[in-house]
Write a protein that binds this ligand. Sequence first.
Ligand SMILES: Cc1cc2nc3c(=O)[nH]c(=O)nc-3n(C[C@H](O)[C@H](O)[C@H](O)COP(=O)(O)OP(=O)(O)OC[C@H]3O[C@@H](n4cnc5c(N)ncnc54)[C@H](O)[C@@H]3O)c2cc1C
Length: 494
Amino acid sequence: MDDLPPTLTEWTDAPRVRRLNQAPFRREGWYVLCWLQQALRARDNPVIDVAVLLGNALGLPVLVYHGLREDYPFASDRLHRFILGASRDLAIGCERRGLACVQYVDRAAKREKGLVYRLAADAAAVVLEDQPAFVAQWQAERVAAKSGTGVVAVNAACLVPPAALDQGVGTTSAFRRRHEKAREAWYLWRDEEPTVAPYDGPLAYEPDRLGGASDAELDALIASLDIDHALYPSAMLPGSRDEVLIRLRRLTEEVLPAYAEARNNASRPEGSSTLSPYLHFGVVGPREIMAAIKAADVAEDQQQKFADELLTWREWFHYRARTMRVPESYARVPNWAKGQLEKHADDPRPELETLDALVHGETRDETWNACQKQYLIDGWMHNNLRMYWAKRIIAMTPDPQTGWATACYLNDRLSLDGRDPSTYGNLAWAWGDAAPGYRDNPIYGLVQTRTDRSIRERPGGPEWLRKMAAREGPRLQVPETPPVDPYLSEKLPI
Ligand SMILES: Cc1cc2nc3c(=O)[nH]c(=O)nc-3n(C[C@H](O)[C@H](O)[C@H](O)COP(=O)(O)OP(=O)(O)OC[C@H]3O[C@@H](n4cnc5c(N)ncnc54)[C@H](O)[C@@H]3O)c2cc1C
């Protein structure tokens, strides 16, 4: 960090920032490039703040860039519509903040090769995201390795950046203690204001500018792309800042007063915040959510329960993922659980299902189908259903590795909050992070199983499950077996 301007090295949030290469910052560059991959918000965004700090220190404007490829794993109307809606609001927010923001939507009619490298070549510095899962980390590392420009990565996902905590913490309770102690200091940061006019000089390409795009224009653009059109956007979870504001108001006024009890009732999706997709794509950050909660008149114990989910559990999985080369891998399942599952790999599997039946929620298990229809139709699943859903996949697939790949495939392809450190952390939990059970069951061994009793025994439970399982979803193209590690393709271009 020696060559960083003093304003940045002195910045109290320094553990948020990581130098990815040793290339110098080039004062002759035209701008500081702020490459957003997932943190699609204009304010309360540490990636933008670090870029602005650097820009101000170097006397250069900041160029915020967001690009969306056609060929990332699981590209679909659902993901594209959410992302581009959020990107549109990012552009509007940047303009209000006095920052230039340009976009690129990859398509046959406008193919830009190596665009990030070309933008970086004209930059004094590149500021990008420190994201531990899915394609973002490969892309960041590749740009840092190839670029002759200094690259820094900034954590925008967590309230407390993992690097600010003791390293090597091994249990959630130890992590919780440390995180709770560290939290307060991280509530205090403010948007950095740019002192240089927005960049309006030459660019390495003719940019897309989504800030002024209407819904119809976004839809037409998406319809023209070579992506999975059968997986339609989620009506429940539109991608926009307005939807975040609606959810924050609902959270403080309606959800939190009864959160601890209501969040366990799957037949009441309104019992939780439904903010996870917005957190995954960074349309909102944890600090803004906590500020809204602190400002509201809500009982302390309900606030604490919510903070435990949002801050302890979510940030624990980010912390864990940061120590793993491939957080998506089956290898992360604890050894004792892998041993149990593999010992029983040859057990008869009378409940085997095809991948097509699993994707479409057409298995012989009505409760599981009700869960899966939420992923298939809404692009989200209630927390209380996810553990049952995940554990049952082990019995419905031929072996534990295929089961893991199947769960990742269903979660990542369909759910708007998939492809996240919380996805793989929670799946690993279902596969055996919890303590071993006492019964050596077929297929599972000592890995704990889960029944649907708590869902079925609620008043109206069976009727609700029947209705949910019967919902009509999209018909998707499904391979015979799930792709094993689609995330590892180092060939994905940028
Ligand atoms: C098998 C399985 C798979 C899961 N896959 C994902 C996933 O792909 N993406 C994802 O974001 N969450 C995942 N979760 C965690 C959790 O189910 C969702 O975060 C939650 O249901 C989202 O709904 P909400 O926003 O209404 O949650 P709320 O109850 O309103 O909680 C607020 C926020 O806290 C965080 N949170 C809540 N529970 C957890 C948890 N168990 N772990 C980590 N963070 C949590 C989320 O960011 C959530 O948005 C999974 C859980 C299980 C058991």
